[in-house]
Design a protein around this ligand. Structure first.
Ligand SMILES: CCCCCCCCCCCCCCCC(=O)SCCNC(=O)CCNC(=O)[C@H](O)C(C)(C)COP(=O)(O)OP(=O)(O)OC[C@H]1O[C@@H](n2cnc3c(N)ncnc32)[C@H](O)[C@@H]1OP(=O)(O)O
Length: 194
């Protein structure tokens, strides 16, 4: 990664994020971008089933309940699972920008342990856009939406074309996704100029 900055604050010449005019209205559930997604997929039995909702501006909220399958230490959520919940919530911001992007960098702070059974209240927003680079930040609170912060993250997502998935994904899943009109509709919904 030589010559590449690891900073997760937008550079000085970054621009503020612009909410797409066709973005879901504040309060609207965002649904899943892929039913087999480990973060949000409704058909993914091993996943987090994270449910995100559009917020004001370029922000989202989400909830995720820690289940026994998500343990690291006895009775406590695994840190990687919590990082996934943050990553997924940050990824949901794409619904509001209507771009397709993937995580390039994710920096996570684990502030408090999160017991099994906890509902994690997540919030994410875009802090700046610089070309294809989308800077964003997220928190996860316990004990309610205004409870103490248990986890937080800063991230850099990089905008990509749909070809990123077509060229790199395993053919059987890609071909199934391309044959599914609902999936193609979701992919198109992320694009500014479909
Ligand atoms: C039909 C199918 C439909 C499917 C419809 C699905 C739709 C919606 C899917 C959403 C999914 C969300 C799910 C949750 C979010 C994930 O979990 S995404 C999965 C995890 N992430 C990945 O797999 C990404 C793997 N990495 C890559 O593929 C490539 O490294 C990337 C990120 C695309 C970048 O490669 P690249 O396009 O060649 O870009 P590159 O020119 O290297 O970099 C562009 C800029 O970004 C900077 N940059 C890149 N990487 C980094 C980094 N790690 N650190 C710092 N700076 C970086 C570069 O320095 C450069 O900066 P500038 O020079 O422009 O200032």
């Amino acid at each position: 990664m030589s010559g590449r900055t690891t900073a997760l604050t937008p550079p000085e010449d970054a621009v503020p994020p612009v909410r797409h005019p066709d973005a879901p209205a504040p309060g609207e559930p965002l649904g899943s971008h892929y039913d087999q997604c480990f973060g949000c997929g409704e058909e993914q039995p091993h996943g987090l089933r994270l449910a995100a909702t559009a917020g004001e501006g370029v922000s989202v909220t989400a909830t995720f309940t820690v289940r026994p399958a998500h343990q690291g230490a006895p009775g406590l959520a695994h840190g990687g699972v919590l990082a996934t919940a943050l990553d997924e919530t940050l990824g949901a911001l794409q619904w509001l920008l209507r771009v397709i992007a993937v995580t390039g960098r994710l920096e996570t702070d684990f502030v408090r342990p999160v017991p099994v059974g906890t509902e994690l209240h997540l919030e994410a927003r875009v802090t700046g856009v610089h070309g294809r680079k989308i800077y964003s930040t997220a928190t996860g609170r316990i004990g309610g939406p205004d409870g103490p912060v248990a986890v937080r993250a800063d991230a850099l997502f990089i905008e990509v074309a749909i070809d990123h998935f077509i060229d790199n994904g395993r053919p059987e899943e890609i071909n199934a996704a391309l044959a599914d009109p609902d999936q193609v509709r979701v992919a198109r919904a992320f694009e500014v100029n479909p």
